[in-house]
Write a new protein. Sequence first.
Length: 375
Amino acid sequence: MKFKIKRNLFLKHINRANKGIAVKTPQDVLRGLYLEVFDDRIQLTGSNQSLRIETEIPAGDDLEIVTTGTVVVNAKLVTDIIRRMANETINIELVNQKMLRIFDDDTEFKVQIAEKNDYPQVQEGNFENEYTMATEVFSEVLRNVLFAVSKLEIQMVMTGVNLRFEKGKIYFVATDSHRLSQRIIDAPEVNSSFSVIIPGSNLNVLLGLLEEEKEVKMAVNDELVLFSFSDYRFYTRLINDNYPDTDAVFPKEFNTVVKADTHEWFQALERAAIISSGNSSNMITFRIDGKNKKVILSGESDQEDSYKEELPVATVEGSDLTINFNTNFMLDALRAYGDGQTTMRFTTNSGALTLENENFEKSFLQLVTPIITYD
């Protein structure tokens, strides 16, 4: 194995593959970068068994391939070496099937290789369901739901995002049982109904790779989802479980409805958070006065510091209500909408709040459950 390559190009693809490599693992091979050199390209792979990233560099002016081969090398070590080498072009070759030699006109490193046969491989199977969407839309949808996935592995099914495919539409749903975010996009290619659960942590990694891409191609089978781009592929394993029936949790009737400017309420909640962060449940209280069309936001810290503010509203309809929420959950919900007018629909002081925003019509719904007190 021997090739010559532009250092910055190589480093770009190494950094991409590194996103898939396990940071903490007892298996040395999973800390490795899988490097394959073909006649017409090189492929770098990073994998942590839950996800896998394969990124390719074609032969050309920036990459001259002399001989082919495959090695596994410590990813962090190689990254540090490539990053700190001074010359624009570097050379890489396998020496005696034991060491990877990395050198330029002035500097030489020799790095031990790992056993390549121990590196985990993907059994792809057949991807029968394939869809294409604009990366801008896909990125926005992920940001709209990922904040709501559970961080607790004892709720493994809720650590994932549920992608539910129905004729002409894809539903993206995330919940940690205290809040729920659902985004719906039109997908004319979808002709059948099925559902998969993708680990939220893997989708967060993918989200960080999308900036330079114009479109994403998604393919699904029973065990994997493959996201394909111009020069790399991203595989993620699925969570094998049944996702909760989230349609059933949306209330059908409401007693109180408030419409307000999203940004104004977000700013008010940030002020409230100064005090509410000082109480054990991070709780704030909304007092809705249906008769006088007012909403008062208040909070206290465990040290008896307090906050109170009358919130600007567009409309208030229905019954009076006093209800408590986690400040961060409300901030996350409004942050996801960004701006425009948000409609908040309440049932009782123990029932979930439903939110929707005028910028998304019915395609982006959220639920936030209240904090129930027994004073």
